[in-house]
Structures are given as structure tokens and as C-alpha cells.
Design a protein around this ligand. Structure first.
Ligand SMILES: Cc1cc2nc3c(=O)[nH]c(=O)nc-3n(C[C@H](O)[C@H](O)[C@H](O)COP(=O)(O)OP(=O)(O)OC[C@H]3O[C@@H](n4cnc5c(N)ncnc54)[C@H](O)[C@@H]3O)c2cc1C
Length: 379
């Protein structure tokens, strides 16, 4: 079993890599440990409407959001509304999007193996030449390739084994979320709840996806707080003075949880014959825990660069540094600023949030959101 490119993980980054690599005429394999691509869901899917369409998503997968509110623990609220030209958010259909990307990758010629766990790299002269895989119910196999792309998310499997990520993530967001039947007054509006009482060192969210369906979640930053987000989920739904009015009638139909690395990008993400991308490489903005857009965009870049390397018969680290140059130029500074802001916000007490939200109410909140929007970086 030989491929030009083997991709570890069939999430956003892995499938974007597969689409771009296959489009550029290299044969690639995506190995995904789960039985179904896009399941279980471990992300909320909040993103930016126009950018998601530009990144190739179908409109049917993208639920538009045009207003936002921040709530303090006591119920102070600052809110803003936008039109098409301003920051215009969306909540994507996560499972639908992953399946859509998988179909696109297959259409471009990629081979996808669900139910196939990558166990370890195969090394020759200290260089990666393939991976050991195991599909449930069959014997382990060796698969060889000219380039391996690690898109295994926060597991960072091959990145760790090759020594580019040492130890566990020290700073990360941990999230617990219900997807629920819940009739909301406005299905194009998102709510964020701040403060220790409902989301210590983090925030809670309500993300509607349309047709009386919404995601209700709590994310907490480690190591700033060791609290369990699941326990706060119930507090938000039943006790927050503003949102509990409708959330207390929510009927959960799914439960999601996951972790999001928040340390900023790894110092090094390429080696000879190897690229690390997406959460595996720390490619997400720590500010609000946004990683999908970066995983897609940098996944496409990784696939294209891998395909060029193969066409030019040069899979050296020097050649693959083009990938690293790309993300450094486009997002490194934004990620660093976002991390500093996140650390500051994570230390706010309930009283701090009461004061800040009162201040936001008094000022031009729309303008602030437009400013924050700039921090997301133009990819
Ligand atoms: C609770 C929560 C809420 C979030 N909300 C948002 C949000 O609203 N908006 C946003 O932009 N970002 C959000 N994020 C971040 C976002 O989910 C990630 O940044 C994004 O999923 C990264 O994509 P990825 O492809 O790099 O990794 P993943 O989506 O994690 O995909 C990795 C894939 O690799 C597979 N895999 C892992 N190990 C192996 C192995 N050994 N062999 C084979 N396959 C393997 C996994 O099963 C998975 O399918 C959230 C994260 C969490 C935890």
C-alpha cells in the first residue's frame, strides 16, 4: 500500500488537505479512527458566513447569524446587530460539513479509510516514510508514502512521536455542549454568557442552527480553572436570569465534548516528508477558541504544498517550509495577540464582567465587534 500523501485524521484539516492534494493529481489516503467521518461531534461550529462559503462549503451547511449578545452573571446585556457587510457569523452543520468535505475529497480521487487508527510512524534513517495503521477487526498494516500529514487534532499523534510537540497540552479549552430541541425567540442570534458563576475562565454559548435546534455549551480554560464544564451547563440552562427563560425547556438530543489546544502554534510544524496542520499544530485562535476556519484554510495550503513537493520531487524540510512561512505570515501575530487577550479575560471575576458589560452597553458595541473581527486574521 503506497501513497504519495497519507493524512492522519479525517476532520476539517485532514479533509481540506486531501481535497487540495488530490486536486493537484497526487494519490492520497485519509485514515480516520472513527467509524463515521464527522461523528462524534466535538465542536460547536461557530464561524464566519462569507469565509465559510469562500472555503467551499455549501450554503445549506451554513446557518447565518446577524446579532450577538454578551450577558453578565446578573443579567446585564450588551448586544449588537450586523448586516451583510459587517462581521457576519454562522453556525455550521458540523457532521454535514465533514461528510460534504469527505465526498469532495473522494470526488477528487482521495482514498478514505474510516475505522482505521494510525498507531505510529514508520521511520527510516530518522525520517518518516509511512505509518502503521489498524482497522478494527483486522491485523495492523504498514502504509508507505512520500509525505505524511498529521491532522489528528488535539491528539497530535505523529507530531508528538516525531518530537515536535513535547508532553501534554498545558493550556487548552475544555468544552461540554448539548445540542437540543429549543424554540428560541431569534434563530439568527447568538448569546455568550460570561463570568465565574456560569463559565469560570471561559464562556458559555447558545448557537442556534435553525428549526428549533440549538447548541448550548460551556468552555473552560485549563489550567486557569479545573472546574467541570458539564456541571456549569445545567446552571446556564436553569439559572441564568436571561437565557434560562427559554433554555429551561430545552430537550437535549446530543451531547458533545472536546478539547481545543490554546497555546498558540507549535514552534515547528514541518520536517523532511512531514507536515502538521490544524489543532495538531496548534493552528487555532485562542481568543474564542476558533479553529475550523484555520484548519480548512491551512489544510488546503498543506495539500497544495505537499502536491507541489511531490511534483518537484523534493519532499525536504526546506521545501515544506513554504507551509510554515505561510501560516507565520498570515496568522502567527493574530494568534499571539489573541492568546494574550484570552489570558487576561480568563482572569476576570464576576464583578469584573459586571463592570465590563455595563461599559460595553454604554459604548459603541458594534464598533468593538468590528475591531475584534480584525483579530481573526485575513487568510
Ligand atoms: C467544545 C469545542 C467547541 C469548539 N467550537 C468551535 C467553534 O465554534 N468554532 C471554531 O471555529 N472552532 C471551534 N472549536 C475548535 C475546532 O473544533 C477545532 O479547531 C477543529 O475541529 C480543528 O480541526 P482539525 O481537523 O485540526 O481537528 P479535528 O476536527 O479534531 O479532527 C481530527 C480528526 O483526527 C482523527 N484522529 C485522531 N487521532 C487519530 C488516529 N490516531 N488515527 C486516525 N484518526 C485520528 C479524529 O477522530 C478526528 O476526526 C471547538 C473545539 C471544542 C473542543
Amino acid at each position: 500500500m503506497d501513497y504519495d500523501v497519507i493524512i492522519v485524521g479525517g476532520g476539517f484539516a485532514g479533509l481540506a488537505t486531501a481535497i487540495a492534494a488530490s486536486k493537484n493529481n497526487v494519490n492520497c489516503l485519509v485514515a480516520e479512527k472513527e467509524k463515521e467521518l464527522g461523528y462524534p461531534v466535538h465542536t460547536s461550529g461557530g464561524s464566519w458566513y462569507n469565509e465559510m462559503l469562500q472555503l467551499g462549503l455549501d450554503e445549506s451547511l451554513v446557518h447565518p447569524i446577524n446579532s450577538i449578545a454578551f450577558h453578565s452573571p446578573s443579567g446585564e446585556t450588551a448586544s449588537a446587530s450586523f448586516n451583510d457587510q459587517d462581521p457576519y457569523g454562522c453556525i455550521i452543520n458540523v457532521r454535514g460539513t465533514i461528510q460534504f468535505l469527505a465526498m469532495k475529497a473522494a470526488e477528487e480521487g482521495a482514498n478514505i479509510l474510516p475505522n482505521t487508527k494510525v498507531i505510529s510512524p514508520i521511520l527510516e534513517d530518522d525520517e518518516i516514510v509511512g505509518v502503521n495503521i489498524k482497522s478494527f477487526g483486522s491485523a495492523p498494516k504498514k502504509v508507505y508514502s512520500k509525505i505524511v500529514v498529521d491532522a489528528s487534532g488535539s491528539a497530535s499523534l505523529i507530531t508528538r512521536k516525531l518530537g515536535l510537540k513535547k508532553g501534554k497540552w498545558q493550556r487548552y479549552g475544555i468544552g461540554a455542549e448539548y445540542e437540543a430541541y429549543v424554540p428560541l425567540p431569534d434563530e439568527n442570534h447568538v448569546d455568550f454568557i460570561l463570568g465565574e458563576k456560569y463559565a469560570p475562565a471561559g464562556y458559555a454559548w447558545i448557537f442556534p442552527t435553525g428549526k428549533n435546534r440549538a447548541k448550548i455549551g460551556v468552555g473552560i480554560i485549563r489550567p486557569d480553572s479545573r472546574k467541570n464544564p458539564f456541571e456549569y451547563l445545567k446552571a446556564v440552562m436553569h439559572h441564568h436570569p436571561n437565557v434560562s427563560k427559554y433554555l429551561k425547556h430545552a430537550v437535549p438530543v446530543e451531547y458533545h465534548h472536546g478539547i481545543f489546544p490554546c497555546e498558540g502554534p507549535l514552534p515547528k510544524t514541518v520536517l523532511n516528508r512531514f507536515i502538521s496542520v490544524g489543532d495538531a499544530a496548534g493552528h487555532g485562535s485562542p481568543l474564542v477558541g476558533e479553529g475550523i476556519r484555520y484548519a480548512l484554510q491551512l489544510g488546503y495550503a498543506a495539500g497544495e504544498i505537499a502536491a507541489n513537493a511531490i511534483a518537484d520531487s523534493d519532499t525536504s524540510e526546506d521545501y515544506l517550509m513554504q507551509f510554515e512561512d505561510k501560516w507565520r505570515t498570515q496568522v502567527e501575530t493574530n494568534f499571539k495577540i489573541a492568546l494574550e487577550i484570552q489570558k487576561r479575560l480568563a482572569s476576570y471575576s464576576d464583578e469584573d464582567w459586571e463592570r465590563k458589560i455595563s461599559m460595553l452597553k454604554a459604548m459603541d458595541f458594534e464598533k468593538l465587534i468590528i475591531f475584534l473581527n480584525k483579530l481573526k486574521g485575513d487568510l
